[in-house]
Ligand binder design. Sequence first.
Ligand SMILES: [Zn+2]
Length: 237
Amino acid sequence: MISFTSDIDWAPDELIEDTLELFDKYRVKCTFFSTHYSEILKNCNKDLFEIAVHPNFNPLFSDNSKSIDRIIDELLEIHPDAKGVRSHSMLQSSQLIQKFSEKGFVYESNHFLPYHSKVKPYKLWTGMIRIPFNWEDDIHWSYGHGFDDHKMDLNDSGLNIFNFHPIHIFLNTENEQRYNDAKVFYKNPSKLRTFRNSKTEGSRDLLIRLLEHIKEHKLVTKTQFEIAKDFSSGATF
Ligand SMILES: [Zn+2]
């Protein structure tokens, strides 16, 4: 199964809207891991889109003025119905897993297995379900791979979970240089637009090819929460 997630990473609404419109156009489901309040995300089509949370624990390394609880609770106040969690920078620890369980999350998605095949959910010791993911836009260029090839076997029997960031969809990012040049204008979409990659295949092109593949083969897509529910009710992957 092909499934999509998006870590929104404080993107302005115009960028989130751009990502939502792409998935909406193809009627493909996506789970958004949210970092902040977003009007456009709040009002998104809940038949297609799930909102999970994307807490940033990185300040804990440099500044202890915020607790783990406060970081999670601030996001749960914005998204009280969130069932899933993925930390910004994929930060994971047994302490965080314990805390995520106490907060009532059904699943977590912090475990990244780039390009692995036969990826399956599994149950953690707290009863929470872990859904690993195996593709991410910025990691793809970090390996030096081009965006003309996602390097995944779409016919694999396990999960193929692709994670895209709205900024990289918007910029059609193909390498770190483009992102570094553009990111000083992160909150200025009209200025960001001038940094868009139109020369070579990038993140947006790759996503559109995947969406076309799903449309062509009439594939069913699911949110991460739906995958967690399927797993809980005994479905095999
Ligand atoms: Zn992030």
